[in-house]
Design a protein around this ligand. Structure first.
Ligand code: GTP
Ligand code: MG
Length: 195
């Protein structure tokens, strides 16, 4: 699949403010600064559809982007960002949890992890939460341009080993770099296969 049009639709603070047209949604989540907004721009061939920032915590609302007038990409706020107040963090996590558990239109969740890091506690806990709630999700390794191919592969292998300890079935995994436009077809072909 190649995307022909991508338009910003709306930003929502609460799930009940999200679009009500029933179009299917594919959402992107992960730690703050992992590259969610950059990935959305890469997939849609746009430079600044989703706002990218070197400072973590840029995306603070649920952002809907209408793709080819048929489906939505949803940019969710990053979790685990320390430099917001406790109250704000609680608000974010409530927003994310409610979106994930209540949003019937959400077909699939892409969980982004930084390919340079070993499995992080916060991500593993999040995966646990997704598994326990039967949320369909896959893991997207980001910023693969920053590592050699060998290092990327050993990082993925480590992730598999860690997940195997708790899960029989492993989620689908994607290797990406927004910088190098890597992984675009595998992500978009997967989306197409879900619709
Ligand atoms: P929040 O909205 O703050 O949660 O962050 P985010 O997950 O949306 O990350 P964002 O896309 O804003 O990117 C964070 C930083 O990582 C920016 O400085 C990007 O330029 C950089 N970045 C994102 N993707 C890549 C990538 O594939 N390769 C490289 N080298 N840098 C990347
Ligand atoms: Mg963002």
């Amino acid at each position: 699949m190649d995307i022909k049009s991508a338009l910003f639709k709306c930003s929502s603070q609460f799930v009940d403010q999200c679009p009500k047209d029933g179009r299917p949604e594919f959402a992107f989540i992960g730690r703050s600064n992992v590259g969610k907004s950059s990935l959305i721009n890469m997939l849609t061939n746009q430079k600044s559809l989703a706002k990218v920032s070197a400072t973590p915590g840029k995306t603070r609302l649920i952002n809907h982007f209408l793709i080819d007038e048929q489906w939505y990409m949803v940019d969710l706020p990053g979790y685990g960002y320390a430099r917001v107040s406790k109250n704000e963090r609680k608000g974010f996590s409530e927003m994310i949890t409610r979106y994930i558990l209540e949003r019937e239109q959400m077909v699939f969740l892409f969980l982004l992890v930084d390919s340079r890091l070993e499995p992080q506690k916060i991500d593993l806990e999040f995966i646990q939460f997704l598994g326990e709630n039967s949320v369909p999700f896959g893991i997207v390794f980001t910023k693969c341009d920053k590592l050699s191919q060998n290092k990327v592969e050993s990082g993925v292998a480590l992730y598999r080993r860690v997940l195997k300890k708790s899960w029989d079935e492993l989620p689908i995994m994607f290797l990406t770099s927004s910088e190098k436009k890597m992984g675009k077809d595998s992500v978009l072909d997967f989306v197409e296969s879900c619709m």
